[in-house]
Design a protein around this ligand. Structure first.
Ligand code: SF4
Length: 149
């Protein structure tokens, strides 16, 4: 019974998991802002998950520090197929301020996992993050055919 209800809800919702692979938290703060009454992420049927195994969309922030070169793929593999990766901010694309001489970051993240959409900015606005999720998330749900477990 509970599983049936859960499946019914998930057929019309998008579940995102935020993965910070070594940033300043500036982008994460903008993601958190999406939960505020101003943006009210859940009114769009988007829910934030801590567990990548529950995620349709991985929201990736950060510049890929040394320990994340392995962890990134490990977490990516935990998310069920098909999954969408949205890179938030400049860090996952270029390393931004962390990619300087003497720095030890390994951006772009796309060297380690497939990235489906990228949102530039340092940090991008919450509205831009929301638009990107809505642009790619429904396709993840459609592709999954919800949900032939
Ligand atoms: S893109 Fe800018 S705000 Fe976002 S984690 Fe990198 S340095 Fe911080």
């Amino acid at each position: 019974m509970l599983d049936a209800v859960k499946d019914a809800v998930r057929k019309s919702s998008i579940h995102v998991c935020v993965v910070n692979c070594g940033g300043c938290n500036g982008c994460d703060v903008e993601v958190v802002a999406l939960l505020s009454p101003r943006y009210d992420l859940e009114q769009y049927g988007i829910y934030v998950q801590n567990n990548p195994r529950e995620a349709d969309v991985l929201l990736l922030t950060g510049a890929v520090t040394e320990q994340w070169t392995d962890n990134l793929k490990r977490i990516y593999d935990k998310a069920p197929e098909p999954k969408i990766v949205v890179a938030v901010g400049n860090c996952p694309q270029s390393g931004d301020v962390f990619n300087q001489e003497g720095g030890h970051v390994h951006a772009p993240a796309s060297n380690f996992i497939p990235v489906d959409a990228a949102i530039p900015g340092c940090p991008p606005r919450p509205s831009e993050i929301l638009e990107a999720i809505l642009a790619v998330g429904p396709q993840a749900i459609a592709d999954r055919g919800r949900e032939e477990k």
